[in-house]
Design a protein around this ligand. Sequence first.
Ligand SMILES: Cc1cc2nc3c(=O)[nH]c(=O)nc-3n(C[C@H](O)[C@H](O)[C@H](O)COP(=O)(O)OP(=O)(O)OC[C@H]3O[C@@H](n4cnc5c(N)ncnc54)[C@H](O)[C@@H]3O)c2cc1C
Length: 388
Amino acid sequence: MRTQVAIIGAGPAGLLLSHLLAQGGVSSVVIETRSEEYVAARIRAGILEHSSVELLESAGLGARLRAEGDQHRGIYLQWPGERHHLDFVDLTGRSVWVYGQTEVQKDLVVARKADDQEIHYQVSDVALHSLEDRPYVTFTDESGHARRLDADFVAGCDGSFGPSRAAVPAAQTYEKVYPYSWFGILADVAPSTDELIYAWHPDGFALHSMRSATVSRLYLQVPNGTDPQSWSDDRIWEELSTRLGHGQNGWKLTPGPITDKSVLPMRSHVRTPMRHGNLFLAGDAAHIVPPTGAKGLNLAIADVALLSKALVASIADRNDTLADRYSDDAQRRVWRCTHFSWWMTTMLHTSGDPFDAQLQLSQLRWVAGSRAGATGLAENYAGLPIGY
Ligand SMILES: Cc1cc2nc3c(=O)[nH]c(=O)nc-3n(C[C@H](O)[C@H](O)[C@H](O)COP(=O)(O)OP(=O)(O)OC[C@H]3O[C@@H](n4cnc5c(N)ncnc54)[C@H](O)[C@@H]3O)c2cc1C
């Protein structure tokens, strides 16, 4: 098999890259270890930045997002006794959209099918070869046949567990592991809030998020290693009620049937450079952020926006300037989002240290009470322009 770009991974980074390359007249073949259904059903991100929405719309992927997504002007920040609304539109002129990663994935699958994109699901034994010269990828396809895919370039969009990140030999890794995890639930109940609530509480952080008018997504800070099945539904709702301030100024948290429970460990991880020869990394293959800043999916989209332009320029115009700058250009935004995600995480999660708790409360009061503080949070959360 031969194509111009071999894409490893059919998550949002891989499928969006194939879509943008096709729009630029560049062919690609995507290979993915999981089934199409498995990838589409993975419950993950839920917030799209202003620039991500603009990019998806400009790529012809915005129709359902506009019809079924929910535009939010901002978020609530709270701590016991106080809740403050930060209005991003007022502060920065930019908003965010609640639209699940599952929905973005569905839109991408529909668009790629309409374009007859070649995607091989349920492959195994994926290996990358000859990356500094004429690259090729080998794998075993769904029927058990050994395959070889030759390409001008390879795009590693295979997340944090795929083989691409290890194929960059001289990469430097920066990592921080946090001493807590997120216990996330999905519940078939209308959200008890119009916009997300980020709550600091002495018992630990809590977040009230949502997926739609009838489905709520809520998170609790828990110790690492927590078994989600060890918490009863009653205990989860009780803890959420306490930390989110049920009864505070008349606000009520409405419980409902829990349809999914999972625990997500939290870490920051950046690998640099995001290129080795003719291999380029994008999305979680190159960086992981804790989800507090809602940045992972948005960073994957921003990487791919840069990478697609660079590969189209290299292949169609024989101009390598953007490809040579790709890693540096992408890392500028990666580090901004890595810092913002770390800052939100350490401001909102309790460590058990009373000194840290007072510093956190002081910072929250400043962010909520000062236009300068609120604007800094808003600018980062609603997202800087692609190419920042
Ligand atoms: C619980 C949770 C909540 C999150 N919340 C948010 C949020 O609110 N906001 C936000 O912006 N981000 C959030 N994220 C992060 C976001 O989901 C990821 O950053 C995003 O999925 C990255 O997309 P990607 O395409 O780079 O990687 P992935 O989605 O991981 O896709 C990589 C693909 O590569 C495939 N693959 C792996 N190995 C191979 C191989 N050997 N060969 C071929 N294919 C392979 C995988 O199966 C996968 O389909 C969250 C993540 C989790 C887990």
